[in-house]
Design a protein around this ligand. Structure first.
Ligand code: SAM
Length: 224
């Protein structure tokens, strides 16, 4: 029976892909990729010749029902994003939901995602945590920060280098400047860096040392 297979791809180092992911990408009838040009680098490295179509946040609403039709008519479709696991701060949810509603089988492979190595590297409690993805940029940001001031679990955020200092400064304001934080930058890449300190320390550090690349922030939860 045909199905949707959700396949994680590397978050930097192209060797971080499973043998099964490579085989299923090759065997699929169609690969839906966020950006076909970005993913073509990975396809080329592993000799994958399957046809790719774009599936991103600007066309996914329109496309999901037609994709579900194609799976029902017998095509095996693989979904990937530019990096990491589709659906994790990336397109994937809408397609997964429509497939589930229509009784189409969905299989998600285990594989790369940025928040797991960032959390484990943080040395902060990792038995219970909450994934916050990107904080809202404007509307709802303050409300979310107020709610998070009460959060006892370790918190994980995705952030761009241009907003890192602003976000660390605001987290210090709402959660307290002495709260421990770990910033993971460029995971699995040549310039990987994991830096731990208090919110105040790291806000100061990154003000003086302008950050580059991709970033995960991991913040300790509230202690009683
Ligand atoms: N789907 C991806 C995943 O499973 O992690 C996340 C995609 S989201 C659009 C991109 C964000 O993930 C970046 O802005 C950054 O916060 C984080 N990220 C992705 N790759 C990373 C890396 N190599 N190092 C640190 N953070 C990364």
């Amino acid at each position: 029976m045909s199905k949707l297979t959700i396949i994680p791809t590397p978050i930097g180092n192209l060797e971080d892909i499973t043998l099964r992911a490579i085989r299923l990408l090759q065997e699929a009838d169609l690969i839906l990729a966020e950006d076909t040009r970005t993913s073509s680098v990975l396809m080329k490295k592993y000799g994958i010749t399957t046809r790719m179509e774009s599936h991103h946040k600007f066309n996914e609403h329109k496309k999901v029902s037609a994709v579900a039709d194609r799976i029902e008519s017998g095509e095996n479709v693989a979904l990937i994003s530019d990096a990491g696991t589709p659906g994790i701060s990336d397109p994937g949810f809408l397609l997964s939901r429509i497939c589930s509603e229509r009784g189409i089988e969905v299989e998600t492979l285990p594989g790369p995602t940025a928040f797991v190595p960032a959390l484990v590297n943080s040395a902060l409690p990792m038995d219970r945590f909450c994934f916050e993805g990107f904080l809202p940029m404007k509307k709802g940001r303050q409300t979310r920060l107020k709610e998070l001031a009460e959060e006892k679990r370790t918190m994980i955020f995705y952030e761009s280098p241009y907003r890192l200092v602003k976000t660390l400064t605001q987290l210090a304001e709402y959660l307290g400047g002495e709260r421990v934080v770990s910033v993971s930058r460029e995971l699995s890449k040549i310039h990987e860096e994991n830096r731990r300190g208090t919110l105040i320390n790291l806000a100061e550090w990154y003000t003086k040392n302008e950050p580059r690349g991709e970033i995960v922030i991991v913040v300790d939860g509230r202690k009683d």
